[in-house]
Design a protein around this ligand. Structure first.
Ligand code: CS2
Length: 490
């Protein structure tokens, strides 16, 4: 089977035209989400309105995707999977690829290059190294601590960004925009705060701080497209449709949404031509998405993980899961959000249920359930506190926390099963350590909720911890469906 490359790629499948050779964007975190979202939008924008916005893609450690894309003249497929059908589109927008661990100096040089007007990020929630208890930069994180000594030591992507901006400040002072495309509340503002804290901890000179204050913008953005992760089946499906072998395809749903603040210091692609929305209400859209989609997604994944559902659609098909999610949305998440102007919540929720039912996409329960300690902070903390302050119990937030604990930090003697074991959890060891020797489920929960994994404003709410412990007790004794019914008041 011939490999995909520029000479054999069917023209009619290309998303937009090929990008020019000139690059205008540096992207840190060359994962699937970037390749299915910002890269696609950039290709479409350039096809319509032009501009030198080719992308320099930076992978943190792995060469795998880079080698595959280079062998294919940077082209790769988006395998769009939906109940309505399957389609392959080809993206051709990257012009240079680097591995940060191998070429750290080159990464800083690309960030500092005045030709580059935007630095985009998909470094995942945990990549921001924000302390969940204090909201400050985790200066004690080994990668961050090791990166503080100077530009040559930059290990973590956040440190590469910060030292790249230092280099830019020292060399050209050229204005630039840093655009986080990660799933976080106030993603732009958070990035700015973490960069500043890093620069201050590194003791850089005042003119650098002035440069970042005045010449670097950090717009907030809401990003949305479900991208489940490539496997051999993805490659086989692409091969069948294209008649070509693609070693770097990205499976994705058809739906895509991007809402951004239009605060770009040095220009931007005409992303509106690709369907992006520029709005001053981004933070409201972020909350809508982080809570209704992502918060519910977490609940589906943990309930699914504990009830042998390997995929999100197979979990969502279970009545007790759908009912729990509906209660979470209508009783706890929606009332916590000041909705954007003209936003229709019922239509949005109906669309979410449709998206979660995409069996063709087959998004994995373990993927969504991974990194819960970083994700839940964005999703459940504020809605839970809001209801507790009103004197009401956020039963579904408690169920989300209880089922997460059951999956990744189970009490002694409880085995959550194979799907939970597949969930990646950066705090798994720390959670096990914190709960070792717990004297029962209530103590187990207390140690987690007050152990620095959640902010004190939530961890100190005894009534909430009581409810989590009750639900966790039911999960371990009678099963997850019984706990979900209890949370529903059945
Ligand atoms: C998911 C997201 O990983 C998760 O927890 O909720 O990756 C989700 O699929 C995307 O945010 C969709 O835009």
């Amino acid at each position: 089977m011939p490999h995909l490359n520029r000479s054999n790629a069917p023209f009619e499948r290309r998303i937009g035209a090929s990008a020019p050779d000139a690059t205008g964007i540096v992207h840190l975190g060359l994962g699937q989400f970037h390749r299915a979202h910002a890269a696609v939008n950039t290709a479409l924008a350039m096809a319509d309105k032009g501009g030198d916005w080719g992308i320099v893609g930076v992978a943190n450690r792995s060469r795998r995707i880079i080698d595959a894309m280079q062998a294919q003249d940077y082209l790769y497929s988006i395998l769009q999977l939906s109940p309505e059908g399957t389609d392959v589109q080809l993206v051709d927008v990257h012009r240079k690829l680097l591995v940060a661990a191998e070429q750290p100096g080159d990464v800083l040089a690309e960030i500092a290059d005045p030709a580059h007007k935007i630095i985009t990020l998909t470094i995942t929630e945990k990549g921001y190294n924000k302390d969940s208890a204090t909201g400050k930069l985790l200066v004690g994180n080994p990668d961050i601590a090791a990166s503080l000594a100077g530009p040559d030591t930059a290990k973590a992507p956040l440190a590469q960004l910060a030292w790249g901006l230092v280099k830019r400040a020292r060399e050209s002072q050229a204005p630039v925009t840093v655009l986080s495309c990660d799933n976080m509340q106030s993603a732009g503002t958070t990035t700015r705060e973490m960069v500043f804290e890093f620069l201050e901890a590194a003791g850089v000179e005042a003119p650098v701080l002035d440069y970042v204050t005045n010449q670097v913008s950090f717009p907030n953005a809401m990003v949305d497209r479900i991208v489940p992760g490539t496997n051999e089946e993805t490659k086989a499906q692409v091969e069948k449709i294209l008649g070509l072998r693609d070693e770097a395809p990205v499976p994705a749903e058809q739906f895509t949404m991007w809402v951004l603040e239009d605060h770009f210091k040095a220009g931007r692609p005409a992303w509106e031509a690709a369907g992006a929305i520029f709005s001053e209400e981004v933070e409201k859209y972020e909350l809508v998405k982080l809570r209704l989609l992502n918060g519910s997604h977490s609940l589906i994944s943990y309930l699914g993980g504990l009830s042998d559902s390997p995929t999100i659609p197979s979990a969502r098909d279970k009545d007790f899961v759908a009912e729990s999610v509906r209660a979470a949305i209508y009783n706890e998440y929606l009332p916590s959000i000041d909705l954007p102007t003209g936003f229709d919540p019922d239509a949005y929720v109906a669309q979410l249920f449709h998206r979660w039912q995409n069996h063709a996409l087959g998004d994995k329960t373990a993927r969504v359930g991974s990194d819960g300690s970083a994700k839940l902070l964005q999703r459940i903390v504020e809605p839970a506190i809001r209801l507790l302050d009103l004197g009401e119990m956020p039963h579904e937030m408690a169920l989300t926390a209880a089922s997460w604990i059951a999956c990744v930090a189970p009490p002694a003697g409880f085995d959550p099963g194979a799907i939970a074991a597949e969930m990646e959890e950066p705090q798994r060891e720390a959670l096990a350590k914190a709960t070792a020797g717990a004297t029962g489920v209530r103590d187990h929960v207390e140690r987690i909720m007050t152990g620095g994994f959640f902010p004190e404003s939530l961890g100190s709410r005894t009534e909430f911890n009581d409810r989590i412990a009750e639900l966790l007790g039911i999960i371990t004794s009678a099963g997850v469906e019984a706990a979900a019914n209890d949370a529903l008041g059945k």
